[in-house]
Design a protein around this ligand. Structure first.
Ligand SMILES: [Zn+2]
Ligand SMILES: [Zn+2]
Length: 529
């Protein structure tokens, strides 16, 4: 193979990587990065390079090996799932300072396959490379991160990739304040390019463990031109949608849904058999394998979103008699029995033009069981999917203003996990009314006042062995584990639920209205004070 040889020189990393992309495409060869050393390393004295040189050359040593090489330079033989892929192919290319080719072994010990090439090759992978060794990124991708792994990655990323460093230090901070957080960084196999971040704090994991029955998942926001945010919500005792997992993922990453669901179950294994229904947005299609991870769960697609998608398509195809078509679609979605559905379907077959009918049959008919009323998980009940998602998106908008870097995105998501944010959306009037119905007016008025104050509560909530510690900076209060008593003077003197009880209940998802709180406790707590 010609046109790449010893002594060949490149002036920028960009120039080399686009040349190499072309060259690989021409010869149908697949190379992966075995080793990259940055031009500037913090471990060594900063050399006399100009900063602009560091930005354009980026690396002082680059070694690329054939995808079928069995070993990475300087490392032991890497064991792979598909061992047959690694057949110790000797092809490799090495570049040294100034991006000069100093070694090029271009003979392979296998046939070059166009099919394989077409399947694996992606341009710009080399250019995007961050310099993390694939031996680390490949193994990191398969498990939850531990703090020491973060330091390890941080060490490698220093001075090479500012965005990655910021992200890692954000995650380092998370582990310091919340050692129980579960985070995965997934890199493209054999390429140190970040594909997705899975994130669940201890609090989020606690929520899904308490309320695993119905989960809701959708693409919730665009982070930047490359990444999107997926959120998983559960529903707490107050009927509120609560965040229980986030995944920031590169657009078009395959098998994302199953990755998110499997990671969620790994982060809270108790829920595996407790999840009965997962409702997803109409844009989420690859749900087939979900039932393997959640064997007791039904997967549903939000019916209103399906209808919205169908209406859009009808408009786009300029379907004649659009109103009638919309009516039929609405009736099919809300059909009370499979027979009724079939009747409306045959009406649609008579009425709708072929292109629309084809679209319908290909996209929505075969999975009608996931969105039409008569096959619904719980029939004749309003699905709260849209309400929860739009509430969630409203919160996101207050914290994230895209386009965002990944570190800023993670920071924003973590900042949303605060009592202050949850309390701000409290509809205290609705709860007050329930108490008014069962209390003497003066008690009810005092409870309403506490609820109003709870709305502005700004505490850091920490779970401790005795219950929940609400730290407000100047003073802190202890709410008992059963969320029935508080250490504050209002509760102690009156035995009425106080703002701290309400705040803790809202935070943990327990009911704000609980007649049990009104009974004067007969226990010994009364004498303690
Ligand atoms: Zn080869
Ligand atoms: Zn209190």
């Amino acid at each position: 193979m010609g046109d790449l040889g010893l002594g060949q020189e490149f002036h920028t990393w960009h120039q080399f990587s686009s040349f190499f992309d072309d060259w690989c495409e021409k010869h149908k060869v697949l190379f992966i990065i075995a080793s990259l050393k940055p031009l500037i390393s913090l471990r060594q004295n900063p050399l006399h390079y100009q900063p602009s040189l560091a930005a354009t050359l980026r690396f002082r040593f680059v070694r690329l090996i054939c995808k079928h090489s069995g070993t990475y330079v300087g490392q032991s033989t890497v064991q792979r799932n598909r061992l047959s892929e690694k057949i110790d192919c000797p092809a490799s290319i090495t570049l040294r300072l100034g991006l000069v080719v100093i070694e090029a072994s271009l003979e392979h010990n296998h046939k070059l396959s166009e099919v394989e090439f077409a399947h694996y090759f992606k341009r710009h992978q080399l250019e995007a490379s961050m310099g993390l060794p694939i031996r680390i990124t490949n193994s990191v991708s398969k498990r939850f991160l531990a703090p020491d792994l973060i330091w390890n990655l941080e060490d490698y990323s220093k001075a090479k990739d500012k965005g990655m460093c910021e992200l890692l230090s954000q995650l380092d901070g998370l582990f310091k304040s919340d050692p129980g957080a579960k985070v995965k960084l997934v890199f493209q196999e054999d390429v140190a390019v970040l594909n997705s971040i899975f994130l669940a704090t201890s609090h989020m994991r606690g929520l899904v463990q308490r309320f695993p029955r119905c989960l809701y998942m959708d693409k919730a926001a665009c982070v930047n031109s490359e990444f999107e945010l997926y959120s998983v919500l559960c529903q707490d005792s107050n009927g509120r949608g609560r965040e229980c997992a986030y995944c920031v993922a590169r657009r078009g990453v395959p098998d994302l849904v199953i990755f998110i669901v499997a990671s969620l179950v790994q982060s809270a294994p108790d829920i595996k058999l407790k999840v009965k229904c997962l409702t997803v947005g109409a844009g989420i299609t690859d749900v087939d394998a979900v039932e393997e991870v959640l064997p007791c769960a039904r997967v549903q697609i939000c019916r209103l979103q399906v209808l919205e998608a169908l209406y859009c398509k009808a408009r786009e195809l300029a379907v004649p008699k659009e109103d009638k078509v919309r009516n039929l679609l609405h009736n099919m979605a809300n059909a009370s029995s499979p027979r009724v559905y079939s009747q409306y379907l045959s009406d649609l077959e008579d009425l709708a033009p072929l292109p629309f009918l084809q679209y319908y049959l290909e996209h929505w008919h075969h999975n009608k069981g996931t969105w039409a009323e008569c096959w619904a998980f719980e029939r004749n009940r309003d699905c709260p999917f849209l309400e929860h998602m739009s509430f969630h998106q409203q919160k996101l908008r207050s914290a994230l203003s895209p386009p965002l870097g990944l570190a800023a995105c993670v920071r924003g998501l973590l900042e949303l996990q605060a009592l202050r944010v949850e309390m701000a959306a409290l509809n205290e009037e609705r709860v007050s009314e329930l108490y008014r119905a069962v209390c003497p007016p003066d008690s009810a008025a005092l409870i309403a006042e506490e609820l109003g104050l709870a709305k502005h509560a700004n505490y850091h909530v920490k779970e401790v062995p005795e219950g929940f510690l609400l730290d407000g900076g100047i003073c802190s209060f202890l709410v008992s584990r059963d969320l029935a008593t508080c250490s504050c003077s209002i509760y102690v003197s009156s035995r009425r639920p106080c703002r701290h009880l309400f705040a803790t209940r809202l935070w943990t998802g327990q009911p704000l209205y609980d007649p049990g709180l009104l009974h004067s406790p007969s226990g010994s707590e009364g004498q303690d004070t």
